[in-house]
Design a protein around this ligand. Structure first.
Ligand SMILES: [Mn+2]
Length: 247
């Protein structure tokens, strides 16, 4: 394999303000331009948008530079996967039809260069957080999406934007590492390792870039986020590395 595979998540475009989001979008497009010559596959691991809702005939305004860039990349033969995050689970067919992205709803397992990868946005996994796991089922239900779509977009997107602006991404407080024993995605990964071997577990959601040794040659890499870290993971066919875009 001569080209690289890239992983990134949690751009949270749209948050905390239009101007801030536009700056971040520009940085992300610069990063995509930077990786493009060496990119075979790109995994967008969730929460790319701080809020997304796709009506049957209407999509939210904004983010057009990123959308155009992704469309151009898939047109040129780069494979791009879009994982549903907890902020942008309400995608339908638009990203596939207009941008050529493959939508991934939950976990995905792949093998590249003889290494096995377990990939997931990271929400609703591991011990605890029963309230969120319950809400996730409701939000993901077709009925919930159908009901939300009955609201006029000005109202629906207005409510949702207010809601997501009160979320963690908007407050942009720095996350604190809990230690490998307490990081719930490490706990989740170790449970999976009891039954199946994976070389790499890659998640987003945590908003803290990390690269943890899980034992027996397995690692947990978190792709971090782009409000503060501009972090991503790259696999060159042999090694997986966590990197930070400086552009
Ligand atoms: Mn997030």
């Amino acid at each position: 394999m001569s080209k690289n595979i890239y992983f990134a998540s949690d751009f949270h475009l749209g948050s905390p303000s239009y101007a801030e989001s536009r700056k971040r979008e520009k940085r992300i497009v610069n990063w995509l331009n930077f990786i493009e010559p060496n990119c075979a596959e790109l995994f967008l691991m969730g929460d790319i948008f701080d809020f997304w809702f796709e009506y049957e005939k209407v999509i939210p305004k904004g983010f057009i530079r990123l959308q155009g860039k992704l469309a151009q990349m898939t047109d040129s033969g780069i494979k791009i996967y879009f994982f549903k995050g907890n902020h942008d689970m309400w995608v339908r067919s638009y990203f596939t039809e207009e941008m050529g992205l493959e939508i991934i709803s939950d976990e995905m397992t792949i093998e590249r260069g003889g290494k096995k990868f377990y990939l997931h946005h990271g929400d609703g996994l591991g011990p605890g957080d029963k309230k969120y796991k319950f809400l996730r089922k409701i939000f993901r239900s077709p009925l919930c999406q159908w009901l939300f779509a009955r609201l006029h977009p000005n109202l629906g997107i207005g409510i949702a934007t207010g809601w997501s602006n009160s979320s963690r991404a908007a407050s942009n407080t720095e996350e604190v590492f809990f230690g490998v024993e307490h990081e719930w995605l490490a706990i989740h990964s170790k449970e999976i390792l009891q039954k199946n071997h994976f070389d790499y577990f890659i998640y987003g959601h945590r908003h803290l870039p990390m690269d943890l040794d899980l034992g027996n040659g397995s690692r947990y890499v978190n792709t971090g986020e782009w409000l503060r870290y501009n972090s991503y993971a790259v696999f060159d066919g042999n090694n997986l590395k966590l990197e930070y875009f400086k552009g």
